[in-house]
Each structure stands twice: as structure tokens, then as C-alpha cells.
Design a protein around this ligand. Structure first.
Ligand code: PGA
Length: 253
């Protein structure tokens, strides 16, 4: 079985000031230095903080990504940020299809697939987020929803593209609510995701990293990361405080 390095990713969402970013990055860089061979640590600041984080991460193994991107490379799209701009400022990853983008900004399946493609085109690794809402889970629709969210991207880019991508399973009911999926609940869905990819290409499915996201904290990370198909976490709230975030990074070793 393929050895997959774990990823711990911190999604800061629309939080932070110059001062907070400076102190967070400094502490995370220092605290994660000893983990660099074992865990890929990636920070996702707001767009406006990207240049500062890029500067602060110089000579560090900690990497940076953006929270979204526009599907176009350039053009008259006031307020948008493109993949080439992100590459220019040191981003290596980009979140695509985060539930807040799908639900609050109405990004449907085709928009998500276009953004995924745009990321690959410039050499950004997309982290494709998938997940069901609480009503969908209660109606027994989890498997269908995840299947549809993943299939629409596989169809748009082909399975080979997943050699350059990461997936994050984030049940919407667990994001920012303090409710976490149990390790077994999460593992069940991670297994389904890997199986769906394996139906297209077994080796790619075995190599792709699938993160869990949704109220991951220092005290529940270890149990989640111990599951065979969970390859790390996408951390929101708990990534805004260095000690807790570093404890999650250490739980991935
Ligand atoms: P949370 O957010 O850890 O605050 O639940 C996770 C996410 O939205 O990626």
C-alpha cells in the first residue's frame, strides 16, 4: 500500500490582520520546522495577506495556498483573482468547491469544475472540497451527493488530473459548528471517495490524499488521522491559534 504523507491545512477564511498573520506565521513556521519530512503544512490566508505570508514563509517548508480563484486567466472581471496571479505570489495550492463558496456564493458543479481546471492549467494543486448538508445526511443522501460532486469534476478533467490534486471531505454540518464526524463516520465516506476514484484508476486512487475537515481540534485530530483513508485535515477555526494548530500538525505524525 502506498505511503501518503499527511497534510495539515489551515483555512483562515476572512480572518486576520497584518499583526495576527505575522505572529501566526512566525510561530507556525518555527513549530512545524521539525515536521517538514513527515507532514505537509499549508496555510490559506485571505488574498490580501498572500504577499505577506509569501514573504514570511521564505526559507520554510510550510507552504501557502489561496481560498479560491477565478476560472479565467485574466480579463475584465472586477474584483476577481486569477491562477497566474496566485502563482506569481508563491501559492502552490488552492481550495476549490469549499462549502462556503458552494452555498454562500452559489458556485454550482460546473463552476467548481471550471475552477479546478483553471488551477491545474497554471500548476496550482486544487484541494477539491466535497460534503453533504445535514438534511442531505438525514435523508440518506450522503453517498449520492459526494458521488455527484466528485463525478462532475472527474468528467470535466479526467481521472489523470487527480495525480495533481487533493480532496477534502467536509460534512457541511460539521463546519464551524463544533460537531465533528466520528472517526468511523468520516472513514466511511473517505473510503467511498477512494473507491469512486479506484473505479476509474486504482493507482491514482491509492495515491491521492483525502483530508477531513469540520471542527477538527487538537483533541480529536489524532483519532481522525489514525483512520486508514484519512490523510490529514483541513482546519478552519483551530488554525487561527498557533499552539492548537501546531498540536494538530503533530497529531499527523
Ligand atoms: P472548521 O472549518 O474547522 O472551523 O469547522 C473547516 C473548514 O471550513 O475548512
Amino acid at each position: 500500500m502506498e505511503k501518503r504523507n499527511k497534510i495539515v491545512a489551515g483555512n483562515w477564511k476572512m480572518h486576520g490582520s497584518r499583526a495576527l498573520v505575522q505572529s501566526l506565521v512566525t510561530a507556525i513556521k518555527e513549530g512545524a520546522a521539525s515536521l517538514s519530512d513527515q507532514v505537509d503544512v499549508i496555510l490559506f490566508p485571505s488574498f490580501v495577506h498572500v504577499p505577506l505570508v509569501n514573504q514570511l514563509l521564505e526559507n520554510s517548508a510550510v507552504m501557502m495556498g489561496a481560498q479560491t480563484l477565478d476560472a479565467h486567466a485574466s480579463g475584465a472581471f472586477t474584483g476577481e483573482i486569477s491562477g497566474p496571479m496566485l502563482i506569481d505570489y508563491g501559492c502552490r495550492y488552492v481550495l476549490v468547491g469549499h462549502s462556503e463558496r458552494r452555498h454562500l456564493f452559489h458556485e454550482g458543479l460546473s463552476v467548481v469544475a471550471e475552477k479546478f481546471k483553471a488551477a491545474l492549467r497554471v500548476g496550482l494543486q486544487p484541494i477539491l472540497c466535497v460534503g453533504e448538508t445535514l438534511p442531505q445526511r438525514e435523508q440518506g443522501l450522503t453517498e449520492n451527493i459526494i458521488h455527484e460532486q466528485l463525478a462532475s469534476v472527474i468528467e470535466a478533467v479526467s481521472i489523470d488530473a487527480f495525480q495533481q490534486a487533493v480532496i477534502a471531505y467536509e460534512p457541511v454540518w460539521a463546519i464551524g459548528t463544533g460537531l465533528t464526524a466520528t472517526p468511523d463516520e468520516a472513514q466511511t465516506v473517505h473510503r467511498l471517495i477512494r473507491q469512486q476514484l479506484a473505479d476509474c484508476h486504482r493507482d491514482i486512487a491509492n495515491a491521492v490524499r483525502i483530508l477531513y475537515g469540520g471542527s477538527v481540534k487538537a483533541d480529536n485530530a489524532k483519532g481522525l488521522f489514525a483512520m486508514p483513508d484519512i490523510d490529514g485535515g483541513l482546519i478552519g477555526g483551530a488554525s487561527l491559534e498557533a499552539t492548537g494548530f501546531l498540536a494538530i500538525c503533530h497529531a499527523a505524525v
